[in-house]
Design a protein around this ligand. Structure first.
Ligand SMILES: O=C(O)C1=C[C@@H](OP(=O)(O)O)[C@@H](O)[C@H](O)C1
Ligand SMILES: C=C(OP(=O)(O)O)C(=O)O
Length: 413
């Protein structure tokens, strides 16, 4: 399905959207619930990635588990299945998943005593996992490739006989996601420490009390509304729910970052309100290091382009191994609109510009964030988003929600 977004799209001066639960929090809590059934979870994400995670955890006899494009499910389940004594499973995914490295996590799990073999290529999914009791406690791993390897180990740590002591080598990437994992562990009563580059998790002595945890809505999904607010008229307000002022999600940094684009953010009960208060100065350069918030790089680049601003983003070294090579995809698609973009292995430089080409077809490369990040440009020009259904990886209602706030959308072949 392709979706054409017409330039006549205009957001209402005041609109409200309820966004599904964070897929990162959901996939952690679903795994923790499998380990500690006394936990109850509310507002679980309805994203494909969370539905796949839930199904994989419910079906305890399946000989093969296919988690499609879900990176967190691939990494978290590798750790989980390693400690399911007596179970043998092949854990696989989409053809892109088979290109996303997992060797650092497999090596760490093997050092702890896990029995994991590669089915196709060394260092990549699919994996053949024979669950067993793991009794070693200390392991070190490279921390600059993906924080998901670290979260995977932490999520099973309290079930290991003597807990876990993890030493992180190199500059740690995506730190807020590690903090999120530790925060959720603490909420269920697990003791953890994170000092310098060492993380410890104690084995849980008693069963966690029966407890309900409410997943906050997804901040990465909220990013598209920050972009929409920026590209709308001054005074436009978008109210998003359900959010917390003290979030576990690193992408909540959006409320700080989007001040640069003239957005004021406030909290009221369980809603976050974005208000466009001023027009960003057209001579300004947007400069951010996104090492701690890689998933909003696409949104920010497109927002800057929509305003014609120069934008220099760094800390993007993990973008190459996500749903697609996001640095190449961004350069290719932005240039179709007339942008000038230079990329390195970890940065993107967008030159300032004063025009946006119309009737461009945006390729999405099986990447939900390519579709959602470019959609706000519909407030400036007519464009076509190819394979628009990709959004379901994290935000299945995305197009419906855009329609409800005033976007003019037409399905095209
Ligand atoms: O732990 C998580 O839930 C995630 C961690 C990040 O990955 P990396 O640590 O690989 O950057 C992020 O990009 C991904 O969308 C979700
Ligand atoms: C990178 C992402 O997800 P994952 O790594 O879990 O596939 C994402 O949602 O942007």
């Amino acid at each position: 399905m392709n979706i054409q977004i017409l330039k006549s799209s205009k957001t209402s001066p005041k609109s409200s959207v309820t966004i599904t639960g964070s897929k990162s929090e959901s996939n952690r809590l679903l795994l923790l619930k499998a380990l500690y059934p006394e936990i109850d979870i509310e507002n679980v994400s309805n994203s494909d990635d969370s539905v796949l995670m839930q199904k994989a955890l419910q079906n305890s006899n399946a000989p093969v588990i296919d988690i499609h494009h879900a990176g967190t499910a691939m990494r978290f389940l590798s750790a989980y299945l390693s400690i399911q004594e007596g179970r043998e499973v092949i854990l696989t995914g989409s053809s892109r998943m088979k290109e996303r490295p997992i060797g650092i996590l497999v090596d760490a799990l093997r050092q702890l005593g896990a029995d994991i073999q590669y089915v196709e290529n060394e260092g990549f999914p699919p994996l053949s996992i024979k669950g067993k009791k793991i009794n070693k406690t200390k392991v070190s791993l490279k921390a600059n490739v993906s924080s998901q390897y670290i979260s995977a180990l932490l999520l099973i740590a309290s079930k290991l006989e003597n807990g876990l002591e993890l030493t992180l080598d190199g500059k740690i990437t995506s730190v807020p996601y590690i903090e999120m994992t530790l925060g959720l562990l603490r909420e269920i009563g697990v003791e953890t420490t994170f000092e310098a580059n060492v993380i410890t998790v104690k084995p849980i002595a008693i069963k966690p009390e029966s407890k309900t945890l409410v997943v906050e809505s997804d901040w990465s999904s909220a990013s598209y509304y920050f972009s929409i607010a920026v590209l709308s008229d001054i005074g436009t307000e978008v109210r998003l729910s359900s959010y917390k002022e003290n979030s576990l999600q690193g992408d909540s940094v959006l409320s700080e970052l989007y001040k640069e684009f003239g957005i004021e953010t406030s909290f009221e009960n369980n809603s976050v309100i974005l208000k466009k208060v001023e027009k960003a100065d057209s001579n300004k350069t947007i400069e951010f290091d996104l090492r701690n918030a890689p998933d909003i790089a696409q949104t920010i680049s497109v927002t800057a382009f929509g305003l014609g601003l120069e934008c220099k983003l760094t800390g993007l070294h993990t973008l190459k191994i996500k749903e697609t090579d996001r640095l190449v995809a961004l350069k290719t698609e932005l240039e179709k609109f007339g942008a000038e973009v230079a990329i390195t292995d970890e940065s993107l430089h967008l030159k300032s510009s004063d025009s946006i080409m119309s009737d461009v077809s945006v390729d999405t490369y099986n990447d939900h964030r390519m579709a959602m990040a470019f959609a706000p440009l519909g407030l400036k020009t007519t464009l076509l988003i190819k394979d628009a259904e990709v959004v379901s990886k994290s935000y299945p209602q995305f197009w419906e929600d855009l329609k409800n706030i005033g976007f003019q959308l037409e399905e095209k072949k």
